[in-house]
Design a protein around this ligand. Structure first.
Ligand SMILES: [Mn+2]
Length: 341
């Protein structure tokens, strides 16, 4: 702290409120479909559960759809079992509002977007800096550490927040900020977390049910992953390649595999890390992480057709993992150099 430290202002910043078009779109809707990126993470799931509950209370017909299984780890949250996993041939329920949550690209909403009714409204609520602003009503706030921050504000402005919604949104905040430790965490994040706790949400409940209750297969998977990390450039770059089917014998979720990226970037000395996942039916999904703002992985991901945040981003490739890694490494080396020593 400098001696010129300002008197802290504990009020919410004035520049943060729900855009009125967003409030109008939600208020005017009758049949709402909620969707997030597939497979979903804790942020999209928490936002969807909170909104599902709120909009049901408001008398609207609401369906929260997904095309990938709901991660089992979040089964402790009320409403998680009401999320509809669409079968490949199953039509998306009819709707007049599609509420896209935490989806940095429209494609990530799946058939809820691609098969939307002609006269429906698409509302895009997201915090990814690379969001192309798809949809009819757009609320992208790249200062938000999670979409949960935006949905918190939306539910406050609709005067609908209750304890159950607050708990779901606290999961959004906690999971997307690495338990409030990532650089994306702001004082606003913490103020909103405090407000959620005031509304009855419990951090201990999340600790006991999520981080303090890891299934043994999840931990075994992480052990295997540690053995498989390949380091480059004197340990400043870490790449973990997981072939399709990695951990299948353990019965883990896709979400558990995606979490492995935190191990790669968590190693001492690593500046830039990648998790390179082979996909069923071919192709590769890459998650990038950085420990230094000068190593901008959003920029690197965008060069490969993806996007995200400065320190967390990703992209997809039609190539297999080996070719993808070879194409990716030069860019990772540039970032490791940009970050200095
Ligand atoms: Mn998010």
């Amino acid at each position: 702290m400098t001696d010129a430290a300002k008197v802290p202002d504990f009020s919410m910043p004035h520049d943060f409120s729900t855009p009125h078009e967003v409030l109008d779109a939600v208020r005017n809707a009758h049949r709402v479909v909620l969707a997030t990126h597939s497979p979903m993470d804790g942020d999209g799931l928490g936002c969807g559960l909170a909104l599902m509950r709120a909009l049901k209370h408001a008398g609207k017909a609401v369906t929260f759809v997904t095309e990938a299984p709901v991660p089992r780890a979040y089964g402790f949250l009320p409403g998680a079992s009401d999320i509809i996993q669409l079968r490949p041939s199953q039509p998306v329920p009819d709707f007049d509002l599609l509420l896209g949550l935490d989806a940095g690209e429209e494609d990530r909403l799946g058939r809820a977007f691609s098969q939307r009714p002609t006269r429906s409204v698409v509302l895009n609520i997201d915090h990814h800096v690379s969001n192309p602003r798809y949809g009819d009503v757009v609320w992208v706030d790249d200062k938000a550490a999670s979409t949960g921050e935006q949905v918190y504000q939306l539910l406050v402005d609709l005067d609908m927040l209750d304890q159950t919604m607050a708990q779901a949104l606290l999961v959004s905040l906690v999971t997307d900020t690495g338990r409030f430790l990532y650089s994306s965490t702001t004082s606003r994040t913490l103020r909103i977390a405090a407000a959620l706790v005031d509304a009855g949400a419990s951090l201990d409940h999340i600790q006991l049910n999520l981080y303090g209750a890891r299934p043994l297969p999840y931990l075994r998977l992480r052990g295997r992953a540690v053995e498989s990390i390949v380091f480059h450039d004197e340990g400043r770059i870490a790449v973990l390649t997981v072939p399709e089917g990695f951990g299948a014998d353990l019965g883990v979720d896709v979400e558990d595999i995606k979490d492995l990226v935190d191990i790669t970037v968590g190693v001492e000395g690593v500046v830039v890390a990648a998790l390179v996942r082979g996909l069923p039916g071919g192709g590769t999904k890459v998650s990038l992480r950085s420990k230094d703002d000068r190593a901008d992985v959003a920029n690197l991901a965008s060069r490969h057709g993806g996007g995200g945040h400065i320190r967390a981003s990703g992209f997809s490739s039609a190539d297999d993992p080996e070719i993808t890694v070879a194409a990716l490494l030069p860019g990772m080396r540039e970032l490791a150099v940009a970050a200095g020593r």
